[in-house]
Write a protein of this length. Sequence first.
Length: 482
Amino acid sequence: MWNNIINTALLGVGKKQLTAADFPTELLPVAEKIMTDKSLDAETQFLHLAAVMLNYRQSGVTPVNNSGVPLEPAPPEERSYCSTQAIYALQDALDMDLLPLVTYWLEACHDKGQIVLPEYIPVLLDTAVSQKRIRHLAMTVCGKRGQWLGSMNPDWQFPFAVSNEDRWQTGSAEDRRQVLQEIRQSYPGMAREWLQQTWAQENISTRTEFLKIMRINISEDDLSWLESLQEKNQKVKDEVWALLKQIPSSFIVQAYWQLLQNSISLGPAQSLHISLQLPLDKRIIDSGIATLSNEKNVSEEAYILFQLMGCIPPSWWESLFNTDKEEVLQIFENDDLGKRFIPALILAAGRFKDATWLRLLLQKSNAFYPDAIPLLPAAEQEAYALKLFSNHPQDVINYLSNRADEWGLEITSEVLKWMARNPYQYTRNFFDKHVLQLPPGIVDELEKLAPEEPAYQATWRNTSEHIRRLLACKIQINKAFK
């Protein structure tokens, strides 16, 4: 029936026309009335007949009643359903089509040990089809019925494992990445052992990605395995070097230190004697130390020394100079070349997680070091960022954007005040992505942050209203799973 409609459309009514035999009995009266209407040309008649046929097809069909198809009922749920308030919050997040808020809702529901109401299972599983990162969460929150429904739809048949070990062994690439990151945070040794067991089967891309995760809680315990790796791919080798450079007892950090001890010494009156012997050993170059300076006024020797100093613990200078950290810093500051190495000391303090040295160095620095300050508690990070915000607004915003935790109220207020004066740089899309980092308390401050320039005030009003809607949903989720 419908194939005849398609064929006629393809060939044209001049070559093929529909007849009464092409229609089911129920449509014959209507079809004959159209075909006998002389006021309609052949093309119009065809369009009318096709419209009638389309409506007939879409009006519904009687399902096949086949008692031979086995269908077991969904197993009973083991966890309680979430509240009506939680469902309202989920609906708001779905209506705004914002994955961060949907993910936030799924995490809150999972942490509370609850599951979603059955009618929301299809929409969550449909969302998980294109968003691999939430698949495990979605399947968990959809409960037993979600697994039951998933077995009937090929698109919803995600690899699902209850335990972390099962997820690691059988999960998707994204699932395994998440598991390794979670385990590395809490049980770093177990994460390393799991990776060692599967290392030979991992491809280049996966090895590179997993080695980046191993930076979490890197320690001496990882050294033996890392130094035993014999990798051929350059990207993988670079990641191995990056890890070895964070372990003080690694052979490469020791080689750097030996070279520095031979190149920098303390002379009369606490003066520095700096002299680097070139060329460098091949293993130093292989580890990623560049030999050509990328700055016009910096010699190759100074450039190499800067890199080396950034890769050894700053506390070692106390032993070499036989003095305390304050005096070490003073020695470098009093030397024309030595003062150029102070940023390298800051990078080294961050690399080797020496918070005492980092605090000392940051007190006297006007530069912003986003890679080093995560070593400090969140409050200290924000105080440092706030101090330098006026001179480095973009850098501070980029640093805050890369943080996973919620910002403090004071730094958020300063950032939004700046954004209000630069409305075209940070649009609604920015706040959609970073709503979870905005503190709910900023809602009461939004009007006070309006720019003085009349040209920007209307844009800020619209933006601040959008922020209010986003935070209202976040607050609603928090209350629902309190």
